[in-house]
Structure formats: structure tokens, C-alpha cells
Write a protein that binds this ligand. Structure first.
Ligand SMILES: [Zn+2]
Length: 211
């Protein structure tokens, strides 16, 4: 598998998943994902242009250094219609899912500083993210969204793949989702940048921490 952009067609939705592979020394793999579909009520800038737009920047932040793991960046289709793209991605893995050491999901960033859905995340992955935040002196907090909805890390978790979802939703900003308030004005650029900075450092750390 080369350093390539590939489309993966997804049954039940017109748009494919889009995959970009950054090869490492081994085929142990870290998935970095974000959905690109949207609910028509708003512009979809918050949910989830903020997430999917970071994929290329994160790719570039990792591409300049040596790495052990292979990173696969996935823009998922059909999240809002019921995790269709991420479910299809996990299904087509078959036995190759054993190679996947972690999945980092980005959904709805920049409404506030970095938040983590801790109750639906792998404990080690949460611990390392909190550690990076501490070292870099960047804010991070747990906000669980169990009663709000779901996101693309869940199909991975169902297959016992360690996963974590990074977001920015708080009780105060929740009402922006899937509404006309989902527009560029809702995105706080400083907070958004801090999340990018944190996740970029985190992905580099995972290369050292994961087997
Ligand atoms: Zn979303």
C-alpha cells in the first residue's frame, strides 16, 4: 500500500469514504478519522468541516518525521445517517483489523477547547492525550455525550479496536449542532488551533507508545 488517496465505495450512501495512507516502517496502523457529511439544517462548518479539514494538516505534521506506524487518514461518508461510512470501513477490514492499534476520531471542533468522550474511549488513549496536554500546557476536559448522539469511533470500539473521540461540545454549545447556528461564526479559531496542536503532538506520541 503506497502513499495514496483512494476511494472506498459505501453501500447505502452515494459518497465514498476517502482514504489517505501515510506508510510507516511497519504495517501496524493508526486510523485518524472524521466524517465529511452534514445535516442540511446548518452549513456543516462546525459538524464536521472542523474535523475533516484537520486531516490534511495532521498528515503533513506526521509526514516530515520518521515513523514506525502506518497512519491511515479516513474521511467518512454517511455519519449522520447512522455511521454508515465508518461501519463499512470496519467491516471491510476483516482480519486486517488486528493491525489497527488505535483509532482517533475528530468530530465537531472549535466550539470550545478540546473535549474527550471519556466514557466511550480506550483508557490508555485518554491517559496519553491528557499527558500530552499537560506537557504542552494545553487545555483538555472530559465531556461525555452519551445522551447526545454517536460518532465514528463506535464501530471500531464494537470490534474491540481502541478508539477515542475528540470534540468540543459543552452543555452550552450543544444547541449549535444540526441547527442554523452551525456556521463559521460559531468556530473559535484559538480553541480550534489548540486542538490541532494537541492532536498533532498526540498522534506523534502514539507512534512511540503503541506496539
Ligand atoms: Zn458530527
Amino acid at each position: 500500500m503506497g502513499d495514496a488517496l483512494t476511494e472506498q465505495s459505501v453501500k447505502g450512501t452515494k459518497a465514498p469514504n476517502l482514504l489517505c495512507t501515510l506508510p510507516g516502517a511497519s504495517d501496524s496502523t493508526i486510523i485518524v478519522g472524521a466524517h465529511f457529511d452534514l445535516v442540511e439544517a446548518g452549513s456543516g462548518v462546525v459538524d464536521n468541516w472542523t474535523g475533516v479539514a484537520l486531516l490534511s494538516s495532521l498528515y503533513q505534521s506526521l509526514a516530515i518525521t520518521q515513523r514506525q506506524h502506518t497512519y491511515v487518514f479516513v474521511a467518512f461518508s454517511g455519519e449522520e445517517a447512522g455511521l454508515i461510512g465508518s461501519t463499512a470501513f470496519v467491516k471491510q477490514l476483516g482480519d486486517r483489523r488486528m493491525r489497527i492499534k488505535a483509532m482517533v476520531n475528530l468530530d465537531t471542533l472549535g466550539l470550545s477547547d478540546t473535549k474527550v468522550w471519556v466514557t466511550h474511549a480506550d483508557e490508555r488513549l485518554v491517559g496519553w492525550l491528557a499527558g500530552v496536554a499537560k506537557v504542552l500546557n494545553l487545555p483538555i476536559a472530559a465531556v461525555n455525550v452519551d445522551n447526545v448522539g454517536t460518532t465514528d469511533s463506535e464501530p471500531f470500539r464494537q470490534k474491540k479496536i481502541p478508539a477515542i473521540s475528540v470534540h468540543s461540545i459543552t452543555p452550552e454549545t450543544l444547541k449549535i449542532l444540526h441547527s442554523r447556528a452551525d456556521k463559521i461564526e460559531a468556530v473559535h479559531v484559538d480553541e480550534y488551533y489548540r486542538t490541532y496542536h494537541l492532536v498533532a503532538a498526540y498522534l506523534a506520541l502514539l507512534d512511540q507508545k503503541l506496539e
